[in-house]
Design a protein around this ligand. Structure first.
Ligand code: ADP
Ligand code: MG
Length: 292
């Protein structure tokens, strides 16, 4: 384990020190997150989750402001994916709360959380055997079907018009993502990068308030990564809030602001890309943590 020799010295290379924009109403809690944001879509408060003796999520506290693309970085094993699993209802926390649009969602089923406007994608997308891309789109994002999609399965008799509407929505979104040429291809035959685009497109069909993306460009070639970034920006301009985990620093630093840094299950700091980039504690966390 590598640690800097001056580990106890706090060097806040922050807005205050550099004289950049003042942060009037925000405050920073001891754990480094900027709290009291003005229009909060997602709030995680003192969240905890242990696997045996390992505290994968350790008193994590932060807020995501509506309309932002908020980034989340941290070394391997920092607890980023665990946090997503807790927020989206795939894991039950040992303590703490998660609130979405002012209502508490802690411990709710993924399905209910999706209905309430929070959709997430997975670091490793599910394989969609035996389906075309268009069919995969029809079942909605990752077992999180929206109301109209659910009816395809629960009340097939009622879907006449709405199914047509769904199909129209799918066609529209395939076009918007410039993947309509893939519609008839087996979903298992497309590239990893194309799959990530399909995942994002599927997630958008549920019209989420906030979309959580876990490493959307991992293993994606630069051309498709640019396309993903473009789509994320476009959707953000149209009003979708993003919480984005990404290992690719250039990608996330160009796209997200603010960026929350997670280390050993807790928020180490939060700031603009420049603030995070120049923060020695962040560099130390990456050196001391798992492989990068
Ligand atoms: P990150 O996404 O930041 O790389 P993870 O959230 O995947 O980190 O993992 C955080 C820690 O929790 C790691 O040490 C990992 O091995 C552990 N962990 C994650 N999920 C489980 C699980 N289901 N069971 C046991 N340990 C887990
Ligand atoms: Mg992960």
């Amino acid at each position: 384990m590598t640690e800097s020799t001056d580990e106890t010295v706090d060097q806040p290379t922050t807005a205050a020190e550099t004289g950049s924009k003042p942060e009037a109403q925000s405050e920073t809690d001891q754990r480094g997150a900027t709290l009291s944001k003005s229009n909060v879509v997602l709030r995680v408060d003192d969240l905890q989750k242990s696997f045996g003796a390992l505290a994968a999520t350790d008193h994590a506290t932060f807020e995501v402001e509506r309309g932002t693309i908020t980034g989340m970085i941290g070394p391997n094993g920092a607890g980023k994916s665990t946090l997503f699993n807790l927020i989206s209802g795939y894991y039950d926390p040992d303590g703490g709360t998660v609130s979405l649009n002012d209502g508490e969602i802690t411990g709710e089923e993924p399905y209910n959380i999706a209905e309430r406007g929070l959709i997430r994608t997975f670091q490793t997308p599910r394989k969609l055997e035996g389906m075309t891309v268009r069919e995969a789109m029809m079942i909605g994002p990752q077992n999180q079907p929206g109301e109209s999609f659910r009816k395809l399965f629960t009340s097939p008799g009622e879907v006449g018009d709405s199914e047509r509407q769904n199909l129209a929505d799918v066609e529209r979104i395939l076009e918007e993502f410039e993947i309509d040429h893939l519609a008839r291809q087996p979903a298992t035959d497309i590239s990893g990068g194309q799959m990530k685009l399909v995942e994002l497109a599927r997630a958008m069909l549920a019209e989420p308030d906030i979309l959580l993306l876990d490493e959307p460009v991992a293993g994606v070639n630069p051309t498709l990564a640019n396309k993903l970034a473009e789509q994320i920006r476009r959707l953000n301009d149209e009003g979708t809030t993003f919480l984005l985990i990404e290992h690719d620093m250039d990608f996330i630093m160009n796209l997200a602001d603010p960026i929350i840094v997670l280390n050993q299950g807790s928020v180490l700091t939060e700031g603009t890309p420049d603030e995070v980039r120049s923060d020695d504690r962040v560099a130390d966390a990456y050196l001391g943590g798992g492989s990068v």
